[in-house]
Write a protein that binds this ligand. Structure first.
Ligand code: HEC
Length: 165
């Protein structure tokens, strides 16, 4: 049990290190996301689902249960609660409210989940941890820019990061 915990921690640390070194998004930039509460609640629901799936992935990956992990990653790719719960008209409306960069980050994130699912399917574990790291980077990137009010610690960390550079 202890060993598994140690492995999980190591994997998370390796992923985070990857995430930071392959930083795709500018951390200091802040954007505005003002959504009507209906859309916001759906986004939060989607986030909770993604968060839970991301956490399930680590123990599956470190145990080499790549088939189950691949299915979980595919669930993340398919987790378009926002999309599936809205009518065509509402979707169009939502798109007009979302900043372009947010849409780009969201697409990148979902595409990575698909890549992760494919890599796991053919048991490429090392490539999978790499993609997992990039996905964490996408969480941090989008939250830093569009959820900084919600997660103010991210801004603080970024300031520290910039200082040390
Ligand atoms: C494209 C942007 C984007 C990406 C990518 C993204 N998030 Fe989020 N997330 C948000 C925004 C915006 C909020 C704040 C929603 C609000 O409270 O209005 C949020 C909120 C959350 C929350 C809080 C939900 C709650 O209980 O209210 C969690 C947990 C979360 N995200 C997890 C993740 C994880 C884990 C990842 C990556 C695996 C991720 N997010 C990727 C935009 C994103």
């Amino acid at each position: 049990m202890k060993k598994t915990k140690y492995l999980v921690l190591t994997l998370i640390l390796v992923s985070l290190t990857n995430a930071y070194s392959q930083n795709r998004y500018p951390f200091s930039e802040t954007g505005k996301l003002e959504l009507p509460s209906k859309y916001r609640l759906l986004l939060v629901q989607e986030m909770i689902q993604i968060d839970s799936a991301m956490q399930k992935l680590v123990p599956l990956m470190v145990k080499g249960e790549s088939e189950k992990a691949s299915e979980t990653a595919l669930k993340i790719h398919n987790s378009f609660i926002l999309k599936s719960a809205l009518s065509k008209k509402e979707l169009k409306n939502l798109k007009s409210l979302l900043p372009n960069d947010f849409i780009k980050m969201d697409r990148y994130f979902h595409r990575s989940a698909k890549k992760l699912s494919e890599a796991l399917k053919i048991n490429k574990l090392s490539e999978s941890t790499n993609i997992y790291g990039k996905m964490l980077n996408a969480c941090i990137g989008c939250h830093s820019k569009y959820a900084h009010n919600r997660f103010p610690e991210l801004i603080k960390n970024n300031r520290n990061k910039n200082k040390s550079n």
